[in-house]
Design a protein around this ligand. Sequence first.
Ligand code: ATP
Length: 245
Amino acid sequence: MSLEVNKLTGGYSSIPVLKNESFDVKDGELVSLIGLNGAGKSTTINHIMGLMTPFSGTIKVNGIQINEDVEKYKQEIAYVPEMPILYPELTLKEHIDTTIMAYNLNYASAWEKAHQLLKTFRLNNKLDWFPANFSKGMRQKVMIVCAFITNAKLFVIDEPFLGLDPLAVNDLLKIIENKKKMGASILMSTHVLDTAEKYCDRFVLLNDGKVNYEGTMTDIKQRYSNYGNSLNDIYLALARNDSHE
Ligand code: ATP
């Protein structure tokens, strides 16, 4: 199992944002975390990334908890945030070298993967550029390249469908498909439900820090057949109900 979130309660102060949240991401799965603004998607991701400590409950990535082996736990995860975080004083090449060092990767094979990804995202002639010269989408692509040269078991991608151009979204989906075939898994948070419906294997619907529903599109359609026929329609009806509770 790539990710197991078990009865996670956590948040920013003594009042929990996440309340007894449980879900998993199996090997080779692409799972989408869906919820309205403030539902707790980023807070969930921050806990998984080890940036926040649970009040109670456990998180396992590839079978290990962060307190068992921090370095190993972090090497099992690669993260692509919605707002790219790059080092202003490092070139694109130096970002890749830093990732290779941080994840303890084989230099030659990591660079081989990097060259392919850089070509895919049309960054191959920009190795000496600094982040200040890149557009927002290009910065996002740098983060994607750095994430996907790793051998992480779990890839966490925050809102991949906004900011990237349609060609890049398509290329990213192909890269994800390849990683899935190799047994890695992807957890993404997104508001772009029609694309999520098309590509994700399973959906975790979050509301007010709780998992409202978890299942495949077939499960969701069966359970909420009276709400509509697409993830977007069903989710809109569910969200309207929840916000009137
Ligand atoms: P969005 O779709 O807007 O990105 P989200 O589902 O990622 O939303 P979170 O950012 O996880 O939502 O927020 C969940 C709750 O935690 C909200 O009530 C929010 O006000 C609160 N929250 C988020 N960040 C902080 C913070 N730094 N300090 C205190 N509370 C916070």
